[in-house]
Ligand binder design. Sequence first.
Ligand code: ADP
Ligand code: MG
Ligand code: MG
Length: 835
Amino acid sequence: MEGSTAVGTQYVYDFSEGSADMRELLGGKGANVAEMTRILGAERVPAGFTITTEACVQYMRDGAEPDGLDAQVDQALARLEERAGKRLGDPDDPLLVSVRSGARESMPGMLDTVLNLGLNNDSVRGLARATGNERFAWDSYRRFVQMFGNVVRGVPGERIEEEIAGLKARRGVELDTDLRVEDLRELVTTFGSLYREQTGEDFPQEPREQLRQAIRAVFDSWNGERAVQYRRLNRIPDEWGTAVNVQQMVFGNKGETSGSGVAFSRDEVTGAAEPSGDFLVNAQGEDVVSGVRNTQELAELARVMPDAHAELLEILRTLERHYGDMQDTEFTIEDGRLYLLQTRSAKRPAQAAVRFAVDAVEEGLLDKAQAVATIDAASLEALLHPTFDPDVDYKVLSKGVAASPGAAKGEIVFRAGDAVAAAEEGREVIDIDLAEGTLRVGDTVLHAGDRIAINGTTGDVTVDEVPLIDPEMTEQFRTVLRWSDDLRRLGVRTNADTPGDARRARDFGAEGIGLCRTEHMFMAADRQPKMRAMIMAGTEEERRAALNKLLPHQQEDFEGLFEAMEGLPVTIRLLDPPLHEFLPHHHEVKQEVERARIEQADDLPELERTLERVSQLAETNPMLGTRGARLGILYPEIFEMQVVAVVRAARAVRERTGQAPHVEIMVPLIDYEQELEFLRGRIVAAAAREGAREGEDFTVGTMIELPRACFVADRIARHADFFSFGTNDLTQTALGFSRDDIEGKILAKYIDRRILDRSPFETIDRPGVGWLVRLAAWVGREARPDLKLGICGEHGGDPDSIQFFSDAGLDYVSCSPYRVPVARVAAAQAAIRAE
Ligand code: ADP
Ligand code: MG
Ligand code: MG
């Protein structure tokens, strides 16, 4: 085969040998340049060759170029020279090349491209003669000396810029293009001295040596600080390595009939069918991105170089058809001739992704499944959150991390309790929860109660009252969601505790509530005292009396939810958190008691009783203490009150609306099948006393959130109509990770050390927690084939996890309202991939 040596590995591939599916070996850039060579023809894509990622991996391992690489590069170069009819370093008419890095996925921190390699003090004259354009030749040479020095050997960019700016000032000109041949010559000499200063060597005159150094620099850049950091952040393995592309130069800087630019096959912001992009006349590619000159809109090219423009549009259509996706390309025009230098799938904001998908189907470019597959599901959430009104200016107080799409504003509150209280009063709140009572940003001191607004999309924080606008779900977005619904197998529900959340989620397409956390209903200010009275009760009778006061509230809450869901399934989880969460802190009560003692206050006995109860209920490890099913077994009357409230609410709603709610009662934190057996008995009996029948008016199931429950899922399934995997707690208990303690400190370190790629609380830990889910699904269904299976942890909104749950055979995922559309699309993509 061309390009292979007598023995050993092929490290070098001509563009004509490669293709898009060789991405791993040739890198994204190399594979796509090869693919373009196939489909557009060799006249449109400058020839060249790719040094494989494998060569880079070997280089990193051995600290030296692999055996045979040098010889293979020589051979590839000879073939390139043959094809081009020019030789590297030829003093009459030299071949010039670019050296371009390109990993499997494009990433920052890799070596910048070196253009015009092959020029030296002799060949620059040859280039001038051959082209009859002395200015062009010297401009190319000074660019090369500048780029090579900076990129390959670390000559500081500021020094280079200083020299250029100084010269322009001395000549009294503004633009690089105003510099004359003598000026460019002078710059070459200056950059040569800078190079010597920096490296202690003369600028390499031998082109093959220039190439050797540039290739090595690309390899080395794989382990550069920025590249390493980026890979950590984006979970890209160090073992990939980067490829190196060596490509014959084409010149956009030959004068007014030359230029270069970038072009998207559709509008890069909106996704509309008109191509967009930027270009510059008389410029090489790096001028367009570096921003040294103001670019022109792609549409202008139609006026400046109409033929090239028409050809480009035709090529964009061809590429899009070929790849079945919106493309992002680089082009250069040399003396009116158009060349393509790069193509890849366009990164695009959510609205453009949606628009492209819908248009592509209408145009017959893709079928619905293919179109849905082009969307980055996670990005869609950005289309749903309220955002800062884009027409309003605001003063940025500080900048945080651009953490989540959308925006929020409200009063500063320093304690969670105050936040709940304020929210109850209908005030908007931002909860910062600090021990300090003030927040300081530069000279600005903010107090509790001051209003701030946060733009989650940019990380901006402001004290200005910026109006928020509710996004509209476009017709196209609805279309994509409708197609997704046709394609997916997995159901999508929402986690919602209030009618408002429930309605919002339904607007977003939720097919039910997968988790209603009833404890949230007792946090409200008017209910906390009643809840406290219930907890403080010394006897069962007292407790029942207190529960009776809570009952109407609970019933009212459920009625609201049932009404909002109009007959769709609603899974109600019985009380889960430890009771002390509803009581004041031990140390606070203790202080109160001391004060009351000193003052001989009337409330002393009451306070002492509270202190005693608080001490009784205190636990060393509440997360693993008196919660969920355990609470229900200690105080069955709590669960019974909730069941009565559920049954009465369901009946009231049925009578009022004529539609029977679909109720699923869920017991949290089951370990032993006997726990569920016992509690199910109490639940069914309590409901029966209210005239409700199990199976008809409601079903009973359980959360699966402890490893034991997964192992004995078959036994538990005998008492459960459904399982809902509580993957938050299952992750905590399976890994022995206390989320609150570990998330900030330890997980960051783990990701840094590459023990982990992503937090297991963000995406399901497939081999560990995921295996428990699979096991429980499997043995649970073995015992009970009609067992309904869902998942209600935060993972229910994560596209990667959704793929896993779909493959594991679950019936539905349940996620926060804003994630519902994300989940619908991700579930469709999971189904598409499974085919
Ligand atoms: P990046 O990944 O930073 O875009 P590229 O390798 O794509 O780096 O190149 C940087 C610029 O140089 C681009 O504008 C590209 O089109 C241009 N370029 C690269 N190789 C050549 C070449 N052989 N001839 C002309 N321009 C080139
Ligand atoms: Mg590029
Ligand atoms: Mg839980």
